[in-house]
Design a protein. Structure first.
Length: 189
């Protein structure tokens, strides 16, 4: 249930108006968390929801023609982030594993998506079709990468950390059971 609530929250972080440069959403963290907490057969729900959000934002908010082929890499990454959560966090969750996921998720998206932007610019107008153009493309995306790292780290820390803190708090408040007094002993030999 928590994974589906997190899905709704992540969608809200995408659709609530915010400056384009902010790029502070819970999408990557939600996909990693969803992968860690839900079985493979349930991957369709977050993927379908995020694909629908991509369509609605592109068509109705940004007023561009929707071209599914432009999103294939993003959608593949959605599935990859889900798999990352399954692989790193399903069997065992630790601070180190959560931190690794918080780093690997945004980093993989940064590397893949910016390479695709550079490679698909057939005209070479935006980024030259050279190693320098590729570096320029990555450098231009660094502020987005930074924000994605911070947001994914923060939301993963909250998603995995808050339940642990609540559980520990409840355990510390639970009084130790008091043993019943021993009344009359049976002293048989």
């Amino acid at each position: 249930m928590a994974a589906y609530i997190f899905l709704l929250f992540a969608i809200l972080t995408r659709v609530v108006p915010h400056p384009g440069w902010l790029n502070f959403t819970a999408v990557g963290a939600m996909l990693i968390y969803f992968g860690a907490r839900r079985p493979w057969r349930e991957v369709v729900a977050p993927l379908a929801a995020l694909i629908a959000v991509d369509f609605c934002l592109t068509t109705f908010v940004y007023h561009y023609a929707f071209q599914p082929e432009a999103y294939l890499l993003t959608w593949a990454w959605y599935a990859m982030a889900f798999a990352l959560g399954r692989i790193l966090l399903r069997a065992r969750t630790s601070v180190l594993r959560v931190a690794a996921s918080a780093f690997l998720g945004p980093t993989s998206f940064f590397v893949l998506s910016n390479f695709a932007v550079w490679a698909m610019d057939s005209t070479g107008i935006t980024y030259a079709r050279t190693l320098g153009g590729l570096v320029t493309c990555y450098v231009a995306a660094l502020p987005f990468y930074r924000n994605d790292l911070v947001s994914t780290g923060l939301f993963l820390a909250l998603a995995f950390g808050v339940p642990v803190l609540v559980r520990r708090s409840l355990e510390s408040r639970t009084p130790e059971p008091v043993p019943a007094p021993v009344v009359g002993r049976n002293l048989r030999s």
